[in-house]
Design a binder for this molecule. Structure first.
Ligand SMILES: *Cc1c(COP(=O)(O)O)cnc(C)c1O
Length: 409
């Protein structure tokens, strides 16, 4: 910029923040590591030593961030927590042994007897189950309102409401929350908000930038990314996270050092994998939408999706999960398509390098009555494919032969 002195050019004072892949590779790590190694060590220690009594006293009085006992935190865990906080653009991240442990840890820290929590009804079924079946035993009231009905959400708020919760996008319907409206309702009623952004990841959606108070991820999915670990993470302001961290030290749902290392290693390729998941998801969704035997495709990146506008406005990409309904197929014909697939593996979960496929009726809702399944919006002809990072042409060719084989069988 000619004529602008380096000191008055804001760009020269405030360097551009690093991109997601630079953060994924470097953020949170010490530059010089044990033994001059380029990678972090796996420290297998349940406890950490002090040189003398004064060192213990200094640790307590100065609130030092060193290790004390494994349940309260470990050096490897701190690295990954700092990396995840940087990727999400938050102050403080807290790791748990699974996504569910993170949800339970947060709810237990925020809710007491007589308090209420409001959910959008498409939230992860185990989270809702924990509230409705278990927190109710401790006097916590759960109110579920229809996904995307902001008026109903606001009407469900009472003076006892302590948390508004939603997933975005939801699974398997891929409904997307209008975060501006969601946050505005929370702020006006002074109720903190939580978004389970597992399906979006910090690459595709940045809930904290909209003013959401807590972001949650099952790191088992895209963050770990290799179908080889379970972990969960919560991210928020240092102030909000401090009591949550204290309670985690009591609940004890922490990861082994090996698990933490796998997560750190998986995160190195986070942006590269997300770019491919986004490309594969969109390519598979477009292919399915153009297929005459497919009735509906639920993918927020498609113009036909009911939540496409809000998704396009707020998300960078739309992930690898694609849900579709097969035209005029009963549950058996649908199952034949799933069974004819040769590349994808039949399994629950998503977000790993391997493509996974499942029929929600069978995988998650088999023991429910048809009326209950209808209530959850799970028709017999629904298939969910969680695209991995294989080449999209191969995924599409495989689906193409599977649909043909399944429907002729
Ligand atoms: C998998 C999942 C969870 C639960 O996480 P775990 O790591 O399996 O405990 C929660 N929310 C969403 C959206 C998920 O996909």
């Amino acid at each position: 910029m000619p004529g602008v002195s380096p000191l008055t050019n804001p760009k020269s004072i405030q360097p551009t923040p690093p991109g997601p892949s630079t953060l994924a590779v470097h953020a949170g790590e010490e530059r010089q590591k044990l033994g001059h190694a380029i990678t972090d060590p796996i420290i297998c220690a349940s406890t950490f030593t002090f040189a003398d009594t004064q060192a213990v006293i200094d640790y307590i009085e100065q609130d030092q961030s060193r290790g004390e006992y494994g349940r309260y935190g470990t050096p490897g865990e701190q690295v990954v927590e700092r990396k995840l906080a940087a990727l999400e653009g938050g102050e403080s991240a807290l790791l748990y042994s699974s996504g569910m442990a993170a949800i339970v840890g947060l709810l237990m820290s925020q809710l007491s007897s007589g308090d209420e929590v409001v959910f959008f009804d498409e939230c992860y079924h185990r989270s809702r189950e924990f509230c409705a079946k278990h927190l109710s035993r401790f006097g916590v009231v759960t109110r579920q309102v229809k996904m995307g009905d902001y008026v109903a959400m606001e009407d469900a708020i009472t003076p006892n409401t302590r948390l508004l919760i939603s997933e975005s996008p939801t699974n398997p319907h891929q409904s997307v929350v209008d975060l501006e409206r969601f946050v505005e309702i929370g702020k006006r009623h002074e109720v903190p908000t939580l978004i389970d952004a597992t399906l979006a990841t910090p690459y595709n959606l940045r809930p904290l930038e909209f003013g959401v108070d807590f972001v949650l991820h099952s790191a088992t999915k895209y963050l770990g990314g290799h179908n080889d670990l379970l972990a969960g993470v919560l991210i928020g302001s240092a102030e909000r996270m401090a009591p949550v961290r204290k309670l985690r030290g009591i609940l004890g749902a922490v990861n082994s050092s090996h698990n933490i290392y796998l997560l750190e290693r998986g995160l190195k390729t986070f942006e590269l994998r997300m770019q491919r998941h986004n490309e594969n998801g969109l390519a598979v969704a477009r292919y399915l939408e153009s297929h005459p035997a497919i009735e509906t495709v639920l993918y927020p990146g498609l113009e036909s999706h009911p939540y496409h506008d809000v998704a396009a406005r707020t998300m960078r990409g739309f992930g690898g999960l694609v849900t579709f309904l097969v035209k005029d197929a009963d549950w058996k014909a649908t199952a034949r398509i799933v069974d004819s697939v040769q590349l994808a593996r039949i399994a629950p979960s998503l977000g790993g390098v391997e493509t996974l496929i499942e029929q929600p009726l069978v995988m998650s809702y088999y023991q429910l009555q048809p009326e209950e399944r209808a209530k959850f919006g799970i028709p017999d002809n629904m298939i969910r494919i969680a695209c991995g990072i294989e080449n999209s042409a191969d995924l599409i060719a495989d689906l193409d032969q599977a649909i043909r084989a399944g429907l002729s069988g």
